[in-house]
Design a protein around this ligand. Structure first.
Ligand code: NAD
Length: 508
């Protein structure tokens, strides 16, 4: 029988037990050995022959290695994508046919959802329950965009005299896609699905800590009617493969998800030759809990807000603002909910929080416990690692936080909430907006006017009311304001982001 650590959030944890039985079923694809990239429809190693090792963050056991691609591999991939773009076997086909192939991609993901979910859980530590849920959403994103190729209408434009003016929506060419390890398959889908629907060809550079699902997906795509060279994958580090991709003159656009610091660098480099750019970057999202809220729902929502994915979520609600009059009562309820967040083996169905994704990230996150204490915050719950094997961290709540503290300003990207309070709505709005980021927020209230006012005045691309982290698989746009990004994903806006508009004027 599997034992759990039901998180005594305020206590010292024990080694999270690993469900050895569940682990016997490790998919062949993640077992030690060298995996291959896909370029021009062929499975290839890096030109250098070098590889990068992966470890399972729950056990620290070795997993399969990925090729350490570099500039030469990127160049080959871009050429393959250019060839696939110009020979008209993709951009030039009947839009209905492009939609059909996107439906095939969704079907192949559905068919292999369990395997892809298990690979992801081994690779980055997210509980299997969540990665399974995620794969269903991923297939849905491809299905959503499968409907768009047939609806990319241009306009006729009012003209004078014997002139006909109209516009055409055209693909951009080769697009380079780069994203993060905290939700690799959805982050890829939100880029790849609209990019393909619009008729672009692609070079994918997955996150180096979690590339295995992308490599497996590229293999699975061989069973669809997607022409060779439309989707190319080059694995490797950001400094080598990523840098080569953003600098390559054959790339028309970069779709990027990652940290704000890397995003600024990508912006600078890609702008040198005016590449199109979408940047989905970091966040430090507020959760505003008003005195009239359903406090149980708010406590659950807030816990999910900063603990889901072990806090490794761009939209994590890590700044909690609670109205003064309910502060103590809310903290008590929140800590009780945090105690139910079972930390442990990602393969155990009862686990709600797995490990952090990698050792260096774990060290960075845990360093904030000391920073918080030094700055005068109180560690009300957690503030500890679990065990000495795997990168497990206790759900952590910091109180007595002030907006100037580092824990209130910096994106920690771990299961750490910083709790502050507010007096009235004006105060809540000022405090919620006191951040360089503008990715997301949630507000908890039963009052419709309060909900609409906060939704309008909080400076963030997504505002949830009485929920947090809820994403639709495609239709809702997702945009980062301020230092959280440029442009966005989801919705029809994503089709705009992966097309260009040509004006045609004919003298009749
Ligand atoms: P990161 O910026 O370190 O890496 C992201 C990707 O960029 C990786 O694939 C990496 O290899 C690549 N990269 C690194 N250096 C590069 C370079 N010089 N040139 C080109 N590519 C380079 O981010 P991370 O640590 O992997 O991800 C966590 C960050 O991502 C957090 O800040 C989080 O908030 C953010 N994020 C944002 C969203 C969103 O939609 N806004 C979603 C998920 C994660």
């Amino acid at each position: 029988m599997t034992e759990h650590v039901t998180t005594p959030a305020s206590a010292i944890g024990r080694v999270p037990p690993i469900a050895e039985a569940a682990r016997r079923d490790i998919p062949a694809f993640v077992r030690p050995g060298d995996r291959l990239m896909t370029i021009g429809g062929r499975r290839v190693p890096a030109v250098s022959g070098l590889t990068l090792a992966n470890v399972d963050p729950a056990t620290e056991e070795p997993l399969a290695s990925i090729p350490r691609g570099g500039a030469e591999d990127i160049d080959r991939a871009v050429r393959a994508a250019q060839q696939a773009f110009t020979d008209a076997s993709w951009a030039g086909i009947d839009p209905d046919e492009r939609g059909r192939i996107l439906f095939q991609i969704a079907a192949v993901i559905d068919e292999h959802a369990d395997e892809l979910a298990a690979i992801e859980s081994h690779n980055m530590g997210m509980p299997l329950m969540m990665t399974r849920h995620m794969m269903a959403g991923v297939a849905q994103i491809y299905r959503h965009y499968a409907g768009w190729p047939t609806k990319l209408y241009g306009h006729t434009v009012p003209t004078v005299g014997n002139r006909l003016g109209y516009t055409r929506k055209e693909p951009l060419g080769v697009v380079g896609l780069i994203w993060g390890w905290n939700g690799p398959m959805p982050q890829l889908a939100l880029k790849l699905a609209p990019a393909l629907a619009a008729g672009n060809t692609t070079v994918l550079k997955p996150p180096e800590w979690a590339s295995l699902t992308t490599l497996r997906l590229a293999e699975l795509l061989e069973s669809t009617d997607l022409p060779a060279g439309v989707v190319n994958v080059v694995t490797g580090t950001g400094a080598e493969a990523g840098e080569a991709l953003i600098r390559h003159p054959g790339v028309a656009k970069i779709g990027f998800t990652g940290s704000t610091a890397t995003g600024k660098h990508v912006h600078e480099v890609a702008s040198a030759d005016l590449k199109r750019l979408t940047l989905e970057l970091g966040g430090k999202s507020p959760i505003v809990i008003c005195a009239d809220a359903d406090l149980d729902a708010a406590a659950h929502g807030a816990a999910i807000g900063f603990l889901a994915g072990s806090g490794q979520a761009c939209t994590a609600g890590t700044r909690l603002f609670v109205q003064d009059s309910i502060r103590e009562e809310f903290i008590d309820r929140l800590v009780k909910v945090m105690d139910t967040f079972t930390v442990g083996d990602p393969f155990d169905p009862a686990t709600r929080m797995g490990p952090l994704a990698a050792r260096q990230h774990f060290e960075r996150v845990t360093s904030y416990f000391e920073i918080a204490a030094q700055d005068g915050a109180t560690i009300r719950a957690g503030g500890k690692r679990y065990g000495d094997r795997g990168f497990f961290v206790a759900p952590t709540l910091l109180t007595d936080v002030t907006p100037d503290m580092r824990v209130a300003k910096e994106e920690i990207f771990g299961p750490v909430g910083a709790l502050m309070s507010f007096t009235d709505l004006d105060d809540a709005i000022v405090k919620a907006n006191q951040t360089e980021y503008g990715l997301a927020a949630s507000v908890w209230t039963k009052d419709l006017s309060t909900a609409h006012r906060l939704a309008a005045e909080i400076d963030a691309g997504t505002v949830w009311v009485n929920t947090h982290h809820e994403m639709t698989s495609g239709p809702m746009p997702f945009h980062g304001f301020k230092q959280s990004g440029i442009g966005g994903e989801g919705g029809f806006e994503a089709m705009d982001a992966y097309t260009r508009t040509k004006a045609v004027l004919i003298a009749l």
